[in-house]
Design a protein around this ligand. Structure first.
Ligand SMILES: [Zn+2]
Length: 184
């Protein structure tokens, strides 16, 4: 199982990303969002290679992140989970859904331990409901659980980084879920 690295970022200057036309990303993300108990406000896919050199390295190290105070879930285009989901692989669609769920927990104010707990709870539900292969499901779950022993210093938050460049240039797909939640 590919391990995934998720970080909570402070984005220094984040402009509103533009809407782009329908794409394979939209179809894939819409399919993945149906696996979630509720939908995120917006999903934006960014291509690290289109980002400024000062943030490219950071983006290449992660699969998903949020901007502090924002309600957007960002996914990186090179993410293994996203790439598998784009190919229609069910396991990867479920992994991507659980990653998005982790970021949504942060958006709701959860710290890293709580976000991991919610991510694992959703994954366990996929396994119990036999939405994923039991062997794959248990292997991936043990990978999720091992994060806490591996990352001893990640207790109260993710790697918190500061990005100075605008992310706008790197946005390659903006997905507004078809049934957005009302604002809280
Ligand atoms: Zn996190």
């Amino acid at each position: 199982m590919p391990s995934h690295f998720i970080a909570l970022l402070f984005l220094a200057s984040l402009a509103q990303a533009p809407r782009r036309e329908e794409s394979r990303y939209h179809q894939t993300i819409e399919r993945v969002l149906t696996l979630l108990p509720k939908r995120p406000a917006q999903v934006v896919i960014v291509d690290p290679n289109q980002a400024g050199a000062e943030i490219r390295g950071t983006l290449l190290r992660m699969e998903a992140f949020i901007a502090k105070g924002g309600r957007v879930v960002y996914l990186t285009s090179h993410s293994g989970a996203l790439q598998g989901a784009l190919k229609g692989w069910s396991l990867h669609e479920h992994i991507l859904a659980s990653i998005i769920w982790h970021e949504m927990a942060h958006i709701d104010g959860a710290d890293e331990l709580e976000a991991q707990r919610r991510e694992e709870a959703l994954w366990i539900r996929y396994v119990m409901d036999e939405r994923v292969d039991p062997g794959d499901g248990m292997r991936y779950l043990s990978g999720l659980k091992s994060r806490r022993s591996r990352d001893k210093n990640v207790q109260q938050g993710d790697a918190v980084l500061t990005l100075k460049g605008p992310l706008i240039t790197a946005a390659i797909a903006v997905i507004e879920p078809t049934a957005p939640l009302t604002k809280r």
